[in-house]
Design a protein around this ligand. Structure first.
Ligand SMILES: NC(=O)c1ccc[n+]([C@@H]2O[C@H](COP(=O)([O-])OP(=O)(O)OC[C@H]3O[C@@H](n4cnc5c(N)ncnc54)[C@H](OP(=O)(O)O)[C@@H]3O)[C@@H](O)[C@H]2O)c1
Length: 254
């Protein structure tokens, strides 16, 4: 198998499971996250697979650090063929806890953090006229949802960015795609205090994600039933959308 798969947010949850799934399928994976100890455990767990995982710790809020990570991966392992920009986070924010700083921090992590990964990566892939990049957004980016103003807005921005890049990068030989998960059981969702419909086990999500990334469609979404419902809800006019959201969130809180 030629080319390296770079995964950010590989120390936990979806990114970690995707790294193991790529390694199982024979790919060489470069794994990035801040927690070097968790990455070392991942490297050990992947040993014995057809492919392997190498740790390249880094913080996506540090532009210079991430540029060094990309350079180190290409120097040590080889050219990055596939990038899965998955690192991100969710902080619930209500109108009572609203602050501009919460919005800024979420945008800085999810939107600008992904852009910091793209900055050193795009020129390299454009020079080679080859590569594939998938950003992990969320169905929460489809429409505005209560308690999700910061996170949802950041994921909506990522969806919009991916749509723009998809068309623009095609003539450069680069496939730019999007992963939009519904609820997947990870340390992040373990903290949620609300019911999560169609919650998907992380290993099943990773299999679906890797199939999608290798299949080269634009959008990879899962689980099927929940994301299909969310795609339909996305098309509703406001006159139907807001009463539906009120009904669902009222029945959740009662
Ligand atoms: N789980 C879901 O239901 C769900 C649904 C839709 C979308 N998503 C998206 O899927 C992605 C993964 O979520 P998850 O549920 O797997 O969460 P998770 O288990 O909390 O994993 C998040 C990953 O991001 C990394 N990360 C966070 N901040 C970082 C930073 N500044 N620099 C580098 N890495 C950083 C974390 O590693 P370190 O802490 O070691 O840095 C960790 O590896 C996120 O973008 C999330 O928004 C998840």
């Amino acid at each position: 198998m030629s080319g390296i798969v770079w995964i950010t947010g590989a120390s936990s949850g979806i990114g970690r499971a995707a790294a193991l799934e790529f390694a199982r399928r024979g790919y060489r994976v470069a794994a990035t996250a801040r927690r070097a100890d968790e990455l070392a455990t991942l490297v050990d767990e992947a040993s014995g697979q057809l492919g392997d995982v190498t740790a390249f710790p880094g913080d996506i809020t540090d532009a210079e650090g991430i540029a060094s990570v990309v350079a180190a991966i290409e120097e040590d392992l080889g050219t990055i063929d596939t990038a899965l920009l998955n690192a991100g986070g969710f902080q619930p924010m209500t109108v009572e806890t609203f602050s501009a700083e919460a919005i800024r921090a979420t945008m800085d992590l999810n939107v600008v953090g992904s852009a910091r990964c793209l900055e050193p990566l795009l020129p390299r892939m454009m020079a080679r006229k080859a590569g594939r990049i998938f950003m992990v957004a969320s169905v929460a980016g489809y429409r505005g949802l209560p308690r999700s103003a910061a996170y949802g807005a950041s994921k909506a921005a990522m969806i919009n960015m991916a749509e723009a890049f998809h068309t623009e990068l095609r003539p450069h030989g680069i496939h730019f795609g999007l992963v939009n998960p519904g609820f997947v059981k990870t340390p992040a969702t373990d903290r949620n205090d609300f019911p999560m419909p169609f919650l998907m086990p992380v290993d099943a999500a990773a299999k679906r994600l890797v199939d999608g990334v290798l299949g080269r469609s634009f959008e990879v979404s899962f689980p099927f039933v929940f994301t299909t419902i969310m795609k339909l809800v996305r098309c509703l006019p406001y006159g139907l959308y807001f009463p539906l959201v009120r009904r669902v969130t009222r029945s959740r809180s009662s």
